[in-house]
Structures are given as structure tokens and as C-alpha cells.
Write a protein that binds this ligand. Structure first.
Ligand code: SF4
Ligand code: SF4
Length: 260
């Protein structure tokens, strides 16, 4: 048996351990009784038929402008800082070529081509990741969020293979060893080895009446609202600007829009 396969089976075995209740034995594990995306909503919690995000990327001047957003997201969700290839990504940056491969052409404006673009899970209307998950560890909520239940994840990584946007990360090594020295956010569960994770559209913050952490940190350069409401902030922005989405030809219907 080769090393990769052994590692995968070991990780999968650990995930089955978690599924059978083993998470309680892991020091520092937060016991999430309610899965992300299925939080009880407070009286002030906003509601939507279909949450969506609109990014004014042209209002960001460079990668350093995005740094506070990444920090806010990763701090809020206890995202480990693992250097190298095993890095866990919830909100990250990439080139135009990798972000919008369908829209590349030899004569593209140089400023647009050279810029960095913010990436996260698109919370697709037709998410292939949900279709291929054998345990329903990933699922769509009634307001369009593609959520994760870490306790149900068996680490098969079918969802990662199914996602055409690279929006999911797998914990090949214990993520808790790579949390910042400061106390992790006690209200969001830390993950364990063998589990897949990704952006949640901050469903736990929405349930508490707050906007997503990256939206808050963007100071108005990212909008978040109800795509089904013609008078919402996102619909008004889309009505008055030219927007693009990632890989539209795949039919996944991303819920993240870019104003370039
Ligand atoms: S971006 Fe990927 S992980 Fe997110 S909903 Fe779409 S297919 Fe699933
Ligand atoms: S919506 Fe929330 S989880 Fe998703 S990238 Fe923004 S801060 Fe992170």
C-alpha cells in the first residue's frame, strides 16, 4: 500500500472515530450541538430567501487591503495557520487567470490582469459538493447557504473532488496545533484531523444578527444581502454595475458576484 493511500485511510479512520463520538475525547474540542448553518436564530437575526455576496473588487487597491478580511474570517472561525501545501483556506486571494479562467484573453486590461481577487466558497445554487457527499455532512440551508456538519464528515473528500472552485480544505494534520496563540473563538467549533472545512457565509453570525466577518471588515466594499429581494443592497448593486461570477459555464450558479 502506498504512503498516500495509507495516510488517507488513517485520516478516514480518524474521521469515523469522530463520527462515533470520539471528538469528545480530543482536548480542546468544542462540542457543537448544533451544526453550522442550523443555528437557532435570535429575534434580531436577518432573514433571506437566498443570501448572496457582491464584491467591489475595484475598490481594493492591493493584497494588503484584503488582509484584515482574511484575519477577521480566520480568527472568527478558528482557521489554523498551517504553512505550505496543507494550508487551510476559507478566504484567500488568487490571480485573475485562476479566478476567472473563462474570461481570460490576450488583450485583457493590464491592471485587471495583475490584480489579486478574493476567493471563498460560492454557496452555489446547484452545489456539486452537496450532491456527492455520502453522509450529508454538507448540505444546503433554506436560505441558500452551503453548510458543513463536521461531526458527519468521514473525510472521504468527495466534496473536494466535486467542487470546481477549490473552496474546500482537508485537515491532513491536526489543525488545533496550528491555531494562533491567542484563545480560539470559544463559540465556533475547532476541527480535527480528517475533516473537510470551508467558508460558511458566517451562518452563525447571521443567526446572531451580525453580518459576515469579512463583510464587516471590508468597510462597505463587500455587500451581503438577499438575492431574491429586488430592493436589497446586493440587487441594487448588481442592477447598476457589470458583474461576473466564477466559471458560469458549469451551471453551479455561484452566490458570489464580482464587480471588476
Ligand atoms: S464553491 Fe464549491 S464548496 Fe462552495 S458550494 Fe460551490 S461547489 Fe460547494
Ligand atoms: S462569509 Fe464568513 S466564513 Fe465566509 S469568507 Fe467571509 S468571514 Fe469567512
Amino acid at each position: 500500500m502506498n504512503k498516500n493511500r495509507r495516510s488517507f485511510l488513517k485520516a478516514a479512520g480518524l474521521s469515523v472515530f469522530a463520527l462515533s463520538g470520539g471528538l469528545a475525547a480530543v482536548p480542546g474540542a468544542t462540542q457543537a450541538r448544533t451544526a453550522p448553518g442550523r443555528y437557532d436564530r435570535g429575534d434580531n437575526a436577518p432573514h433571506a430567501k437566498r443570501w448572496a455576496m457582491v464584491m467591489y473588487t475595484r475598490k481594493f487597491t492591493g493584497p494588503e487591503d484584503y488582509e484584515p478580511l482574511i484575519v477577521a474570517c480566520h480568527k472568527e472561525h478558528n482557521v489554523p495557520n498551517i504553512p505550505g501545501a496543507q494550508n487551510i483556506k476559507w478566504f484567500w486571494l488568487d490571480s485573475y487567470e485562476h479566478t476567472f479562467p473563462d474570461d481570460m484573453n490576450a488583450y485583457l486590461n493590464e491592471k485587471i490582469r495583475a490584480a489579486s481577487y478574493p476567493l471563498l466558497c460560492n454557496h452555489c445554487t446547484n452545489p456539486p459538493c452537496v450532491r456527492v457527499c455520502p453522509t450529508q455532512a454538507t448540505y444546503k440551508t433554506e436560505d441558500g447557504i452551503v453548510a458543513m456538519d463536521y461531526h458527519r464528515c468521514i473525510g472521504c473528500r468527495f466534496c473536494m473532488a466535486g467542487c470546481p472552485y477549490g473552496a474546500r480544505s482537508f485537515n491532513f494534520i491536526d489543525p488545533r496545533k496550528f491555531l494562533p496563540a491567542a484563545t480560539p473563538n470559544p463559540v465556533f467549533p475547532t476541527r480535527m484531523i480528517g475533516v473537510v472545512e470551508k467558508c460558511t457565509f458566517c451562518s452563525e453570525r447571521l443567526a446572531a444578527g451580525k453580518i459576515p466577518a469579512c463583510v464587516e471588515a471590508s468597510k462597505g466594499r463587500i455587500l451581503f444581502g438577499d438575492l431574491e429581494d429586488a430592493s436589497s443592497n446586493v440587487r441594487l448593486a448588481l442592477a447598476s454595475n457589470f458583474s461576473i461570477r466564477r466559471k458560469p459555464s458549469l451551471g453551479t450558479q455561484p452566490g458570489v458576484y464580482y464587480l471588476i
